[in-house]
Design a protein around this ligand. Structure first.
Ligand code: SIN
Length: 325
């Protein structure tokens, strides 16, 4: 770790790959590139002034495209981040991550880490070699947020394109643009610009120390299926054969299902599969109905993370779990 000036916090940057570390074939290329090609030292070297914000210790944890992230990856990343936070000499952690599944990793860490220290996930939409990469400023902003005295206690945060989003609500809402992330239900928790952080919100649900989950909590197999006009109920029935303990139904509108789909979902419930209703719309709040708990304001992908943990921990009262976390 570089020796920080007296008052600077000491932060660990944990790199996992993604477009933020991507290398393209030419500067004009924003889509033809390999994710996770640059190592963490190269990433930090591209950010002037990083060590004026915090004393930085950087490590390469993985170099993956986040579409290849797995529940086992979440668990080992959480164990590593927890170890860094517990070891002393680390006032917070910044995780660089691909944007495609960043929201799932962020929410998982938000639920399992036992800390009040800041943990910030950051990515980029353009590879590091692009004509105007967004990664270096995003990384500087993420470190600035993690170093901020009021970042503690908010659980895991997501920083991209000047916005500070809570891990529970952050979602990738665009496939290409640097402003790809938003919190459709909760709005931004803060803003970061030119070294200044403005806070606007606080997490409304339990997280980190307030959950019973840890990086060692088993993760039950849970699938996600979506409702759409003319969708085949055979796919829903097939979920039972996969051994899934849970299914998140990303339903139309308010989590609704066609008559055919509803019949197949009811069969799954009778067979002991926990079916949670969510919405495919990208925002809104879904209530329980017909013996199926509602995901509330969680997206289908986040509802899956929570259901995997809840069922893995052997928790009953799934609706309470969804109302609380
Ligand atoms: C990835 O998720 O690893 C690739 C896409 C990105 O980071 O934007």
């Amino acid at each position: 770790m570089s020796k920080p000036a007296m008052s600077l916090p000491r932060l660990c940057i944990v790199a996992t790959g993604g477009t933020i570390a991507g290398a393209g074939v030419r500067p004009q290329a924003t889509m033809a590139y390999a994710a996770g090609a640059l190592d963490v030292d190269e990433l930090c070297a591209r950010v002037p002034g990083l060590d004026e914000v915090a004393g930085i210790q950087a490590e390469q944890f993985a170099a993956i495209d986040s579409k290849n992230a797995t529940p086992a990856f979440w668990q080992s990343l959480a164990a590593r981040v927890q170890a860094l936070l517990d070891a002393g000499g680390c006032d917070g952690v910044v995780v660089t991550h691909g944007t495609d599944t960043l929201e799932e990793t962020a929410y998982y860490l938000h639920l399992v880490l036992k800390t009040d220290k800041p943990v910030v996930l950051v990515g980029a939409m353009r590879p590091a070699t692009a004509l105007s990469p967004d990664g270096p400023l995003n990384l500087l902003d993420a470190v600035t947020v993690a170093a901020h005295p009021q970042a503690a206690g908010r659980g895991v945060l997501v920083v991209l394109n000047h916005q500070v989003l809570g891990a529970r609500d952050a979602a990738k809402t665009n496939a290409n643009r640097p402003d790809a992330f938003a919190s459709p239900n909760a709005g931004a928790m803060g803003w970061v610009q030119d070294g200044r952080v403005a806070w606007m919100g606080w997490p409304g649900h339990g997280h980190t120390r307030a959950t019973p989950f840890t990086a060692s909590t088993p993760l039950a197999p849970v699938e996600v299926l979506a409702g759409y006009a003319g969708g085949s109920a055979a796919l829903i029935r097939a979920v039972g054969a996969t051994g899934a303990k849970g299914l998140v139904w990303a339903g139309t509108g308010n989590g609704s299902a066609s008559a055919d789909a509803q019949e197949a979902l009811d069969e799954l419930v009778r067979d002991g599969v926990v079916v949670v209703r969510a919405t495919r719309t990208g925002s809104g709040c879904v209530a329980a109905s017909g013996g199926m708990p509602g995901a509330g304001t969680l997206s289908p992908w986040k509802a899956r993370v929570l259901l995997m943990l809840a069922l893995g921990a052997g928790m009953g009262g799934v609706q309470d779990v969804f109302d609380t976390y």
